[in-house]
Design a protein around this ligand. Structure first.
Ligand code: COA
Length: 408
């Protein structure tokens, strides 16, 4: 990649001149708030301990009808609104999540169907709390390589469903929510400038959720190593050490790759795990903690959703302006970690938005809902008809087929 200059910043120029810009963003969190005092009624803990060790005051908890797909869909619809694009313009949907309802179909496919994004490929990406940065990088690379033009990236989680509510070491940390961004290709310089993705599977046993396919699984709810099926386990102390070690180094690596330094950065949007981890990262980078976006007091750790949620709130609070350089940094299970440098701002003068686009999006969502219902209904009717045919008729048809084959 060559280095070009724009507005005083050095920018990595992709070889074919297409940049990947974030042009839309949205978030969605459940309404139910679970405070530290509420938690104290469930496990032996208290507000003072949780606040002083984590900085978390409350978190959101999904209702019975909310899933990672429904929260992700809401965030996606808001991101499409900001980007003012139609679902049919999407080429790719990537969902970063550790709490899908199914191994497959992917949460991305469920959201694709609900949006009516009929021309989009869709898949889930598993990189725990680093997932959103990984996914944005995958989408940006595809755009820069001109494989696609427009992508939707969602981080969405229902962590409350994989928590052991008896384990005060983990259940106090996590919450539910979703955030999404729309990326679009443009010749205008800026957008995603660089990313550094890393993994160290030797730390896989420090943080995880065993699921189907686990070797330890022989029908038992609790494994020999004390871990529970579909429940999160964590070695908090070791994860804390890992996080504080990798953030600074990873941010510096991504900045170096973009040809920038910390002085060029307006805001760092880190994964929202623990206020003490963010403070330690600020110390290791020798910058003021005010350069970090922090909203974990209200949402806790929402895993892959935490960075896009924090990004949306940073934008809402007017903490990001055009041409600002913003850094995302994620870390978590795997172990995985990732940093990304983004130069904010509309790449070109805005096209006049089509004033009917909002209605067209609403129609697309309604049609998608009805289409899904109709497709499922017609499949059920076909199955019923097939089942109701008398066995003898089926045998007769089979025999006549065999006879025809014999004649041939
Ligand atoms: N409420 C009250 N007391 C608690 C408690 C809780 N929720 N959880 C643990 N304690 C107690 C412990 O039992 C221990 O008591 P003891 O000294 O009598 O044995 C004491 O508090 C200290 O526990 P410790 O685990 O050493 O606390 P800590 O300062 O390391 O904080 C975490 C624990 C989990 C908050 C911290 O390790 C952490 O944030 N780690 C990173 C986790 C993370 O971010 N994971 C996700 C990464 S994506």
């Amino acid at each position: 990649m060559g280095i070009t200059k724009r507005n005083g910043f050095a920018i990595n120029a992709p070889p074919n001149g297409t940049y990947a810009h974030i042009v839309g963003w949205g978030m969605a969190v459940p309404e139910t708030v679970l405070t530290n005092d509420d938690l104290a009624a469930i496990v032996e803990t208290n507000d003072e301990w949780i606040m002083s060790r984590t900085g978390i005051r409350e978190r959101r908890i999904a209702s019975e009808r909310e899933t990672s797909a429904t929260l992700g869909l809401k965030a996606a619809q808001r991101a499409l609104e900001v980007a003012d694009i139609l679902p049919t313009e999407l080429d790719l949907i990537i969902v970063a999540t550790s709490t899908p309802e199914h191994i497959f179909p992917s949460t991305a496919s469920l959201i694709q169907a609900s949006l009516g994004a009929s021309k989009a490929g869709a898949f889930d990406l598993s990189a725990a709390c680093s997932g959103f940065v990984y996914a944005v990088d995958m989408a940006a690379q595809s755009i820069r390589a001109r494989g696609i033009q427009t992508a939707l990236v969602i981080g969405t989680e229902t962590m409350s469903r994989v928590l052991d509510w008896q384990d005060r070491g983990t259940c106090i940390l996590f919450g539910d929510g979703a955030g999404a961004v729309v990326l679009k290709g443009s010749a205008g310089a800026g957008g995603v400038l660089s990313a550094v993705l890393r993994s160290d599977g030797t730390g896989g046993d420090l943080l995880g959720i065993p699921t189907v396919g686990s070797l330890d699984m022989d029908g038992a709810e609790t494994f020999t190593n004390g871990h529970q099926m579909h429940k999160m386990y964590m070695n908090g102390g070791e994860v804390f050490k890992f996080a504080t070690q990798v953030i600074g180094e990873s941010v510096q690596q991504a900045l170096h790759k973009a040809g920038l330094t910390l002085n060029d950065v307006s805001l760092i949007v880190p994964h929202q795990a623990n206020a003490r981890i963010i403070q330690a990262a600020a110390r290791s980078l020798k910058i003021d903690v005010s350069k970090f976006m922090c909203n974990l007091d209200r949402y806790g750790n929402t895993s892959a959703a935490s960075i896009p949620i924090a990004l949306c709130e940073a934008l809402e609070q007017g903490r990001i302006h055009d041409v600002d350089v913003v850094v995302f940094v994620g870390f978590g299970g795997g172990l995985t970690w990732a940093s990304m440098v983004v130069q904010w701002g509309a790449p070109e003068p805005e096209e006049r938005p089509n004033r009917f686009n909002r209605q067209r999006r609403q129609i697309s969502y309604t049609l998608a809902r009805w289409r899904a219902r109709l497709v499922r209904l017609s499949r059920q009717i076909n199955e019923m008809i097939a089942r109701s045919r008398p066995q003898r008729g089926r045998m007769k048809r089979l025999r006549s087929k065999v006879d025809r084959f014999d004649l041939d």
